[in-house]
Design a binder for this molecule. Structure first.
Ligand code: PMP
Length: 427
């Protein structure tokens, strides 16, 4: 039994004591009191199938015992010290993480969030290249700090402050983009943008291979290879934001960028790396990493013993439980079932993604691709009533984001699709 505050009481206190920009899902927001693998429980003991994993954060599963144990044992021994002293956990974790990276991506900086990771990546890109201009994609989300707000390409999140020397190029979105899946046309536009919109020299380019907040958009195939080449010729470095798409979630590959057959110069990550712990990392080459040694780069909590031990446990669990292969298997089953559902319901305009990084975009008119904003909101509530939590995304809020904890099963996938079918049939 749960003896804490009711959802109504919490909401009242949130309104009183938390900033007004803190938003919530659902007309009557859920009070979640417990989590176990792919399930969440509310104050009344109602169980939900979690298809969003705390915004793609819970990789191994809620309260996975191996991670809980690692964190508890370390907490009893030594909770915190900083990198000004030596301790084993941080180097073990860094070595394990580096072993997951291709090429010469061998040097790790630990931070506490995705925003911090992207701030640091942008700083390194600028220092290393000696240039200021960054290129980012429209429809991207890279963070909410003063610097990363500039990188983010969605007006919903952009406060009107100076946005830095940042240029947003066309989004190579196969469904909504101007050039559909034509990577060559999008890449040409990047080249022209650099030629016309900058000094001809850039600091770097950043992209998520699978846009998360933007609504699970997988970039047109072949795009990153062409653009990386253009950006490097213009003196810039290439950054892959793997905050959502890393750690095997896409099923076919461990990192999202590998689906486009490229090796970035800097990779940023957060969320799933900690299974719920506040943890982020930037991995780059020794050469690029060295630019920060001209001053002191310091982060009090970055790579603290508890998070390092937890992060290492995450990597081990994902390997031990073969989660990448599992995501491929369950994901392909789920995509197939969603595509069948698309045949049945006119409202489904697009089903996309890979592994357990999927999006279902709803439209009122398939030809015009008119966002079914109101209908999405109704279905979203209905799914919750049917014990299913999904995410919502895209500029128009008309995309269901399906990115559950990676322990999600085929049965869970069937339950989700059947519930969507039922909810859509009642529209
Ligand atoms: N990059 C991506 C791709 C993200 O999805 C997010 C968070 N939604 C961030 C960066 C920022 O991460 P954080 O909220 O941990 O700062």
């Amino acid at each position: 039994p749960y003896f804490g505050m009711s959802g109504d009481e919490i909401l009242e206190k949130r309104k009183q004591f938390l900033g007004p920009s803190v938003f919530y899902y659902y007309q009557k927001p859920l009070n979640i009191v417990e989590g176990k693998m792919q399930y969440l429980y509310d104050e009344h003991g109602k169980r939900y199938l979690d298809c969003f994993g705390g915004i793609v954060t819970v990789s191994c599963g809620h309260c996975h015992p191996d991670i809980v144990n690692a964190v508890v044992e370390q907490t009893k021994l030594l909770q915190h010290t900083t990198t000004i002293y030596l301790y084993q956990a941080i180097v073990e974790f860094a070595e394990a993480l580096a072993s997951k990276m291709p090429g010469n991506l061998k040097v790790v900086y630990f931070v506490n969030s995705g925003t911090e990771a992207n701030e640091l990546a942008m700083l390194m890109a600028r220092l290393y290249s000696g240039n200021l201009n960054m290129i980012a994609l429209r429809n991207a989300y890279h963070g909410g700090s003063a610097g990363t707000i500039g990188l983010t390409g969605l007006q919903t999140w952009k406060y009107p402050i100076p946005q830095g020397e940042i240029h947003h190029v066309m989004n190579p979105d196969p469904y909504r983009g101007t050039f559909a899946s034509d990577a060559v046309a999008y890449a040409k536009e990047v080249k022209e943008h650099i030629n016309y919109g900058t000094s001809g020299k850039v600091a770097g380019f950043i992209a998520e291979t699978f846009q998360g907040v933007g609504g699970a958009v997988e970039l047109a195939p072949g795009y990153l290879k062409l653009v990386y080449d253009t950006v490097r010729k213009a003196g810039g470095v290439c950054i892959a934001d793997e905050v959502q798409s890393g750690f095997g979630r896409t099923g076919s590959h461990y990192w999202g960028f590998q689906t486009q057959d490229v090796i970035p110069d800097i990779v940023t990550m957060a969320k799933g790396i900690g299974n719920g712990l506040p943890l982020g990392a930037v991995v780059t080459t020794p050469e690029i990493a060295s630019v920060l040694s001209q001053k002191i780069q310091f982060n009090t909590f970055g790579g603290n013993p508890v998070c390092s031990v937890g992060g290492l446990a995450v990597l081990r669990v994902l390997d031990k439980e073969k989660r990448q292969a599992h995501c491929a298997d369950v994901g392909s089953h789920l995509v197939n079932r969603l595509k069948e559902l698309q045949q049945k319901h006119e409202i489904i305009g697009d089903v996309r993604g890979r592994g357990l990084m999927l999006g279902v975009e709803l439209v009122t008119d398939r030809k015009e691709k008119t966002p079914a904003k109101a209908e999405t909101a109704v279905l979203f509530e209905k799914l919750k009533d049917l014990n299913i939590l999904v995410g919502k995304g895209g500029l128009h809020g008309n995309v269901f984001r399906i990115k559950p904890p990676m322990c999600f099963t085929r049965d869970d996938a069937d339950f989700l699709v059947d519930a969507m079918d039922y909810a859509m049939s009642g529209l």
